[in-house]
Design a binder for this molecule. Structure first.
Ligand SMILES: Nc1ncnc2c1ncn2[C@@H]1O[C@H](COP(=O)(O)OP(=O)(O)O)[C@@H](O)[C@H]1O
Ligand SMILES: [Mg+2]
Length: 197
């Protein structure tokens, strides 16, 4: 089945601003915010961690997760909000936004969430080491992955605008008007998502 709306993964270290962007993007575009945290809760597919410092973390059964969301992804129009990205089949994902945030800000945000020192440090390391960016680049083709900053409110507005433009282009290229009219010879340089990305 040909999707008429794209699937967009919004990923990054916990606290960088995935949910903030996903909600705003969903309200502006009408795409569906598929919060994997909510899916895991609803379908009870997370096992509590055995780490005594971190009992609230859930270890997610990725096969079961994919079973649960596969129909939604096939249908399209999903904004997939999660702190991992390489489990989603590349054939079903059209854009991967890796959200980034300055470490001082991230520290404050995670502290505000009540994270303990160990978990806090793990997540700050994850952001510094660009773990999610690397995971995205390893799992998806180059033109699919884009980095977006989420430090102040204007960053969210700017990202939403860029993604809205990207969606318009995607729909043109993927023939929402019918038929498969994938653009020929289109270069990433023509694409507004990747001009500053
Ligand atoms: N661009 C931004 N400007 C100001 N605050 C932000 C921005 N992005 C995220 N935040 C704040 O940072 C915190 C974490 O954001 P959230 O979207 O929940 O992150 P994630 O879903 O990646 O864990 C929230 O309190 C949110 O309001
Ligand atoms: Mg979130």
């Amino acid at each position: 089945m040909l999707r008429t709306e794209p699937n967009i993964v919004v990923t990054g270290t916990p606290g960088v601003g995935k949910t903030t962007l996903s909600e705003e993007l969903a309200s502006k575009t009408g795409l569906h915010h598929l919060s994997i945290n909510e899916v895991v809760k609803k379908h009870d597919i997370g096992e509590s961690s055995t780490d005594p410092d971190d009992p609230n973390t859930k270890i997610v059964d990725e096969d079961r997760l994919l079973d649960v969301i596969e129909n939604d992804l096939q249908e399209g129009g999903q904004i997939v909000d999660w702190h991992a990205c390489d489990l989603f089949p590349p054939s079903l994902i059209d854009l991967v936004c890796v959200i980034r945030c300055d470490n001082k800000l991230l520290y404050d945000r995670l502290k505000g969430r009540g994270y303990g020192e160990k978990k806090l440090q793990e997540n700050l390391d994850c952001e510094i080491m660009e773990v999610l960016l690397q995971e995205a680049r390893d799992a998806y083709e180059e033109g699919v992955v884009v980095e977006l900053k989420s430090e102040k409110t204007e960053d969210v507005d700017e990202s939403v605008e860029r993604i809205e433009q990207w969606i318009r282009n995607w729909k043109k290229d993927n023939g929402k008007e019918g038929g498969d009219v994938k653009a020929q010879g289109k270069k990433d340089e023509d694409d507004p998502m990747f001009l500053h990305g």
